[in-house]
Design a binder for this molecule. Structure first.
Ligand SMILES: *Cc1c(COP(=O)(O)O)cnc(C)c1O
Length: 381
């Protein structure tokens, strides 16, 4: 139980002993390894990890150790990170818009998988990337529901443009593939089904047998107590529909989960700085910190409150407005959140499922955002 521990038994043990003033993210390597195993065993194809969701070195090293052999990268920084930490892994450069300098960097690093959603970006790849043995996946979009927000707002070609792009990719001598992203935190397997059927139509209309179909990320993590992520149901739908839609031309499948790999492997402890006049809760973390995503995709209700002595508060639930520490009025969590009424200043508010889009979006705005990472054997408080 000493303070010198670098691996704690659980979050409570660390909080009780250290009583940290700054937010702490607790990381359980065993959960990342189990998540990776669930994908590798259950997904009917190659599992790659979307680095942007959590590029922490401890994430990548645990994924690599658990057998993840491919990484979806969006920038030169991410490509260099993976080359350093998982030198033999495949890199899929799936940000469909890149500068020429970035493309040259990827070529120099041996990247042989790219995605595109426009003619102008495809032309840049044709100019700069040797075609032989290089895969280009055409990214398309559909107006489908099911995800927490719409990924098609920025990237993705229409079906018609995708047909044209696929023909151009093949004509230029690249290996033609198709990709899509159904939108993040997508809980409806039918979103993947619609995309896979449309991908088959695109390939048929282009008259091209595609090598691979990358079904994107979007797999859900556990954010709401009452909604368990049903990954296996999604895997099964993907498998069935791929066979139905493509028949004997069924391509190899690839997925690129981010959130579903890292989300549940981290638990946040944010300290209650103040309960202003008994009403508003002010935390030491907020939307400029690791809670950045909540206003966009909704709150996580998997919370617990513990006292500085490590005792869980169990009072009747009471709804409160929650603010982050900065002086900006948008630094407020959406709606009102229910916490035990006996919550006090100095308590720790525990949020489970905080591993995705949290470390990476944490900023130092207003001088806050000093984040501690702590490794634990178990995330159970
Ligand atoms: C962000 C992203 C992902 C990961 O999305 P999640 O919702 O975190 O699974 C996968 N692929 C691409 C191309 C992305 O941009």
């Amino acid at each position: 139980m000493g303070l010198s521990k670098t691996i704690w038994t659980n979050p409570t043990e660390m909080l009780r002993n250290v009583q940290p003033e700054n937010p702490v993210l607790f990381f359980a390597p065993s959960v990342v390894q189990a998540n990776a195993r669930r994908f590798i065993d259950g997904f009917p194809g190659l599992v790659t990890y979307a680095v942007k969701s959590n590029p922490g070195e401890e994430m990548i090293e645990n994924l690599a150790a658990a057998g993840v052999r491919g990484y979806d990268c969006a920038s030169s920084f991410e490509i260099d990170l993976i080359r350093r930490l998982a030198p033999d892994a495949a890199i899929h450069y799936h940000n469909p818009v890149r500068s020429r300098t970035e493309i040259a960097h990827a070529v120099a690093k041996g990247v042989t998988s790219y995605s595109v959603d426009s003619k102008s970006e495809l032309q840049k790849l044709i100019d700069l990337v040797p075609a032989e043995g290089t895969e280009i996946s055409v990214r398309f979009k559909l107006p489908v529901a099911g995800a927490a927000y719409n990924f098609g707002a920025k990237f993705g070609a229409t079906t018609e443009l995708a047909v044209e792009l696929l023909k151009m990719v093949a004509a230029a001598g690249f290996v033609p593939s198709i990709t899509f992203h159904p939108g993040t935190q997508c809980t409806d397997p039918q979103a993947w089904a619609s995309y896979i059927r449309e991908a088959a139509v695109i390939a048929r209309d282009a008259g091209i047998t595609i090598a691979r179909l990358n079904v994107g990320g979007g797999f859900p993590s556990h954010r709401l107590e009452a909604v368990q992520p049903e990954l296996e149901a999604i895997f099964e739908t993907i498998d069935q529909v791929a066979t139905e839609a493509f028949g004997e031309n069924r391509p190899m499948l690839v997925c690129e989960p981010g959130r579903a790999m890292c989300g549940d492997a981290f638990t946040l402890a944010a300290r209650v700085k103040s309960i202003r006049d008994g009403q508003h809760v002010f935390l030491n973390d907020g939307v400029y910190g690791t809670l950045n995503e909540l206003p966009q995709i909704g709150v996580i209700d998997r919370t617990q409150v513990i006292s500085p002595e490590g005792v869980e508060r169990t009072g009747k639930s009471q709804e409160r407005i929650v603010f982050g520490p900065t002086c900006d009025s948008i630094d407020r969590l959406p709606g009102e959140m229910a916490f035990p009424a006996d919550m006090e200043e100095g308590d720790y508010l525990i949020w489970h499922g905080m591993g995705s889009y949290s470390v990476v979006t944490n900023s130092r705005f207003n001088g806050f955002g000093e984040l501690t990472m702590a490794t634990v054997l178990s995330l159970k408080v």
